[in-house]
Design a protein around this ligand. Structure first.
Ligand code: PCA
Length: 330
């Protein structure tokens, strides 16, 4: 071996990234997610991990821990930030207490289509990158859930139907909406939705068709209204020190794979949106649009929620929403 080659190998090895064999990766990242292995999001992460392994010739291995097995969904951001796990996926709205801009995703009745969701993400991303970086986090990519619809055990005529009922919630937005509708919020993790319905703890919920399918809700729920309330995104993050410890080529490979994962994930989300509504229908769930008696109430709730949100978040919210609405109204 030439001296220069030997020295270069040593240098690279010093950074924890020597030449390797596929069987023995130099760097292993543990990636935690709160969603099931078969979720389209997790499948996309698996493809991302495979791309990274291929591009780095096996030198960086990403091990995936689904279903809250390593860290629970709501703790993922903190755990990655503190370096207790290397990387993770969480729903952006789980971070709102510390990072209120993440809540732009679930301000109801603002984003009504995938192109809208994409426009919002383009506007949100630079600020999110900056806010995450100061917390020691590197943003890799984000992928939306399909549109959020309303499931109910009983048909919904108007807002009165929610009184004295229990609505399943999964974030601050769903809690606030349940309150504004007069229902009692019941927090249930996505992976426990089927169980909560079977136990009669929940009468209604706002979530995607794909989440209904994954939890086989048709055994308990007969109605799904496509109210198209918002498009929440999952975000994939890595501890910034772990990311920066990689050699430059590996950092480039990770970001390239993240870019592809974002493209692939958005397409998979749209496909899941279409297919899962059909699966609900095939299994006897009645699919409807917004009940006419609920239209005005929903609009009122959307406006109330948006104004509360913009006041609470301040300048960062305007930085995202002013250009968003300006482009929408052209
Ligand atoms: N499914 C997840 C988040 C949004 C969605 O569509 C859930 O219900 O928890």
């Amino acid at each position: 071996m030439k001296l220069a080659t030997f020295a270069a190998t040593l240098l690279v090895a010093g950074a924890g990234f020597a030449q390797n064999t596929a069987a023995q990766p130099n760097v292993v990242w543990k990636l935690a997610t709160g969603y099931r292995a078969e979720s389209f999001h997790t499948q996309n992460i698996t493809a991302f991990a495979n791309d990274v392994a291929r591009a780095t010739e096996g030198a960086l291995k990403i091990e995936i821990y689904p279903g809250n097995s390593l860290v629970s969904l709501n703790d993922v951001r903190q755990a990655v930030q503190e370096g207790r796990v290397d990387a993770g996926e969480t729903i952006m709205t789980s971070m709102v207490k510390d990072l209120s801009l993440a809540g732009a995703d679930s301000v109801p009745f603002v984003v009504g289509s995938y192109p809208d969701a994409r426009r919002l993400w383009t506007l949100q991303r630079p600020t999110m990158e900056r806010l995450l970086a100061v917390r020691g986090l590197k943003l890799l990519y984000a992928v939306p859930w399909p549109p959020q619809g309303l499931y109910s055990k009983r048909p919904i005529i108007d807002a009165k139907d929610f009184r004295s009922s229990n609505m399943r919630t999964y974030n601050d937005t769903t809690v606030r909406i349940a309150q504004l509708l007069g229902a009692t919020p019941v927090n249930v993790a996505m992976v426990d939705v089927g169980k909560a319905l079977a136990e009669g703890r929940v009468d209604s919920m706002i979530t995607s068709a794909v989440t209904g399918v994954e939890n086989r809700v048709w055994d308990h729920v007969r109605y799904y209204y496509e109210i198209n309330a918002w498009y929440p995104k999952n975000i994939v993050l890595v501890n910034i020190k772990r990311f920066n410890a990689l050699p430059a080529e590996a950092r480039t490979a990770v970001m390239r794979a993240a870019d592809s994962a974002e493209q692939r994930g958005w397409a998979a989300s749209e496909q899941a949106a279409r297919e899962s509504v059909e699966t609900l229908r095939r299994n006897g769930v009645k699919i409807g649009s917004t009940p006419p008696g609920l239209e005005r109430e929903i609009q009122r709730i959307g406006e109330r929620f948006s104004s509360e949100w913009v006041k609470a978040v301040g300048a960062d919210a305007l930085e995202v929403f002013i250009p968003y609405f300006m482009a929408a109204n052209k």
